[in-house]
Design a protein around this ligand. Sequence first.
Ligand code: ADP
Ligand code: MG
Length: 218
Amino acid sequence: MAKNKHAFFVTGTDTDVGKTYIAAALVRHFVQQEYLTVGMKPVAAGASLVNGRLLNSDVTELEKAGNVSASIDLINPYVFSPAIAPHIAAEQAGTQISLDKIATAFESLQAQADVVVVEGAGGFRVPINRQETMADLAVKLNLPVILVVGVRLGCINHALMTVGSIRAAGLNLVGWVANRMDPHMPAIEENIEMLKAMIKAPCIADVAWGATPQFIDF
Ligand SMILES: Nc1ncnc2c1ncn2[C@@H]1O[C@H](COP(=O)(O)OP(=O)(O)O)[C@@H](O)[C@H]1O
Ligand SMILES: [Mg+2]
């Protein structure tokens, strides 16, 4: 990877599939390669008060992984207390999530870092308000996408639908990660082999449960 500005949008086949686990590992991967790297979580739902500010655990994890000390308001412009769908959390808080505000925060982070790793919330088409979804955010920021597939029963369908959505949005799927969320899944190797056959993008990491992700060059 050439030493200039890069950013990635990390999405997943669902919520709880390892987006944060992989996004934080990606941040550490770029830090190890001596890039100034920061993680961003534009919208987080599920947070508790720490020193008078709502703090979400994904944000803490991404922040810990990076080597740029950016403002938390840029890393996480929208945070809501209840762990519910973001557009509902925003409505309950009397807020409307604005892509412009997120884009401004992103640009500021990108100015401070060589690499920005942006973690979505939930899956690719999770709404952020009554008109827009996470997909619109990825389009607005014009980011190459990394898809985390939580390898468990049903993941092939979810993966292929998400790949279709990413392509329909006109975005570049740079790679995907096989995250073995269920190590006891029957026929796990056959499932991963099928994902490799059907996803027309490289598998950039195959991550066992509890393992440190190792990424191929992408
Ligand atoms: N490969 C893995 N090995 C061990 N724990 C994992 C792995 N992938 C995810 N987890 C754990 O599973 C949970 C859900 O993952 P997380 O990254 O928070 O998902 P998401 O960001 O998609 O909601 C977290 O507790 C995380 O630490
Ligand atoms: Mg997460």
